[in-house]
Design a protein. Structure first.
Length: 346
């Protein structure tokens, strides 16, 4: 019986590993299978330790499962040496509309001012903002003027919503370097896929900067962390997760096609709203290097909330580019995402 259970578990493990290569657009269950990968690997490590004294069949099965899944360990934890020799620094930051949502507002917008000040003063030549917000009639939220005055005069902003007061919401790239081309990623049916790009000129080199913000998970965190509420809302949470898996797989398909067609070196920033064990993450990883994997340290969790163990914000870069340092700024806790910076050369 134990041999049968062990064999079945090994087969299930391989199926879950393979799920990251199958788009949920065509088989949505793969989105859920991929979520189980870290738990499965931990289980194999635990069972390997239990069987380490007996170098029998069980030990080698669990060892094989861990070796086959080494890529998933690599995306989970990194140990790297950093230096300061990069010539282009890039910031990626989901700013949560600079805390201008009604339920986030505090007295005199203290957290908003601090976040905006840090975002403007950070010395990265390229700044990519997801959940971007600006209001030119507001002294606090006239972000564009603040960045322009600090030296980031070149920009590419995609505004997806404008309210009655004139406030604008969207996604943005700001650059100290000249921008010679701008664009956005759209589907064959001309749907905007939540990704934009800007080609910046660095000396005689052209670097394409992508900024992406894939479909939100759209789940109530309390329904996940509270076991009583999870028991009551698991169907709704499951439907929302399935819808998100499908939407993000469609969005990533358009982004991947643009990357494959691009003739320039690439640096991609964004909030994928997906764990590193997912189809969107591995779709990008197959084409580009991941900044955390190459130059990060620790687990690199980027979500600032009750589900603190999520790494959903990333920077990717072309294989011809070198990365010198990478940092998740966990001390900058104004948003529900921590900002990321990395320095590159080529």
């Amino acid at each position: 019986m134990k041999k049968t259970i062990r064999t079945v578990f090994f087969i299930v493990t391989i199926v879950c590993y393979l799920s990251v290569f199958i788009s949920p657009e065509y088989f949505w269950l793969t989105g859920f299978l991929s979520l189980s990968i870290p738990v499965i690997i931990l289980a194999h490590i635990f069972l390997l330790i239990i069987n380490i004294r007996r170098l029998k069949r069980a030990f080698f099965i669990h060892l094989a499962a861990i070796i086959i899944g080494f890529a998933f360990i690599k995306v989970s934890y990194s140990i790297s040496k950093n230096d300061n020799n990069g010539k282009l620094k890039v910031l990626s930051y989901n700013v949560r509309v600079f805390n201008n949502y009604a339920h986030l507002r505090n007295e005199e917008y203290i957290s908003s001012k601090k976040m905006i000040s840090w975002s403007v003063e950070n010395d990265a030549e390229i700044k990519c903002f997801q959940e971007y917000f600006r209001h030119e009639d507001s002294e606090i939220f006239d972000i564009e003027s603040k960045l322009d005055g600090a030296g980031w005069k070149n920009k590419h902003c995609k505004i997806v919503f404008k309210d009655r007061s004139g406030a604008e919401f969207g996604i943005a790239i700001y650059s100290k370097l000249p921008i010679i081309n701008r664009g956005e990623i759209r589907s064959e049916s001309d749907e905007f896929l939540n990704s934009i790009y800007a080609d910046v000129l660095h000396g005689e080199d052209t670097i394409r900067i992508y900024n992406t913000h894939l479909q939100s998970m759209s789940i109530n965190v309390e329904n996940v962390v509270n076991t009583d509420r999870l028991a009551q809302s698991y169907k709704d949470t499951g439907y929302r997760l399935r819808s998100g898996f499908i939407s993000r797989s469609r969005q990533i398909k358009g982004l991947v096609k643009s990357i494959e067609d691009c003739k320039h070196k690439i640096i991609l920033c964004g909030d994928l709203n997906e764990l590193p064990y997912s189809y969107p993450y591995f779709s990008l990883r197959n084409l580009l290097n991941n900044a955390f994997e190459k130059a990060g340290n620790g687990f690199g969790f980027t979500y600032n909330g009750k589900l603190f163990f999520l790494r959903i914000d990333n920077q990717f870069f072309s294989k011809e580019i070198n990365i010198h340092n990478f940092m998740t700024h966990r001390n900058i806790d104004f948003s529900d995402h921590f900002p990321l910076t990395a320095s590159y050369s080529w």
